[in-house]
Design a binder for this molecule. Sequence first.
Ligand SMILES: Cc1cc2nc3c(=O)[nH]c(=O)nc-3n(C[C@H](O)[C@H](O)[C@H](O)COP(=O)(O)OP(=O)(O)OC[C@H]3O[C@@H](n4cnc5c(N)ncnc54)[C@H](O)[C@@H]3O)c2cc1C
Length: 325
Amino acid sequence: MHTFGVEVKCSQLFLIEDISEIENCFNVKEPRLILGGGSNILFVRDFEGTVIRLDFKGIEKIEDNGTSVLLKVAAGVDWEELTNLALRYEYYGIENLAGIPGRVGSSPIQNIGAYGVEVKDVIEKVEGFYIDSGKPFTFACADCAFDYRSSIFKTELHEKCLITYVYFRLSRIPKFTLSYQGLKEELAHRELPTTLKNVTDIILKLRNSKLPNIREIGSAGSFFKNPIIEKKQLEVLQAKFPTLIHYPWHENKVKLAAAQLIDLCGWKGYRSGDAGVYPQQALVIVNYGNASGKEIQELYQEIQYSVKERFEIEIEPEVIIIKSK
Ligand SMILES: Cc1cc2nc3c(=O)[nH]c(=O)nc-3n(C[C@H](O)[C@H](O)[C@H](O)COP(=O)(O)OP(=O)(O)OC[C@H]3O[C@@H](n4cnc5c(N)ncnc54)[C@H](O)[C@@H]3O)c2cc1C
């Protein structure tokens, strides 16, 4: 039920296959964990508590005004099913997010993003229930506190709410985000017209060249977030490391590429037993077979330590780490 491929157990598992069963979750005591496709989680140990998985499916077109559609999508729908549907019906807006594993219910949690697009750009609202009170909620996009790989659901409401439906506003009119250099270059290089099918195909090709296939190698994708630092600190670092990649951020800050920092510390392609750093992408920690959660933890902590020592920068996991009590 998760993609890191480490052997773990939980004490109790609730599979909710129909929305009418949702109230069974309201009195579940802590420790509890809501699980989607398990593609952004590392279990360091067995989970001594209840795992809840919302398995109900369904995609409903709520509105079609000729220029856009509003889709109501159930938490248990695979993200891939939604991007495939968008491709089939020519709905624009999530093509750059094609190929991200996981479920629709988890997509707002860390505001999934790739190749210049974040899911917040197409979310109209999020519906669910507070677990302890059983009260329903509806958050408009503006109230979800979406940020870089974050939202209110990953911070204030972490493990406090169940997301049941996400509403997406997708365009019926061709509208592309081609800010990612590799994407533009590939379209030009292959002399392809900018169509939904071509953009999706290139995104999938780019992803496959850099990321492991989760059916073959255990991972949770990018393990760390890209660090955001003050411009002043960048200037100091550049004197020593002039090749540092950086992108503008708000308020005198810049975003660095965690992959480059990890690579400069010599971790790319490193392997200890079955835990390793993916040779094609230094940001991805992998389980080649029988690594334990603890071994993966030891590796990611060593990486954090060496980046801190070399650059004075703390890199934070993007992945949710489950260290049960
Ligand atoms: C190979 C690979 C590539 C990846 N590439 C990207 C990428 O390009 N961009 C990106 O942003 N991410 C990427 N990821 C990370 C991951 O796919 C996403 O974060 C995805 O949204 C996780 O979905 P999931 O259903 O697997 O969530 P899970 O890992 O099961 O859960 C993630 C979090 O969401 C919570 N949660 C899940 N469902 C619900 C719900 N219904 N209600 C409340 N809380 C819930 C969980 O408690 C947990 O805190 C990648 C992962 C892999 C393995």
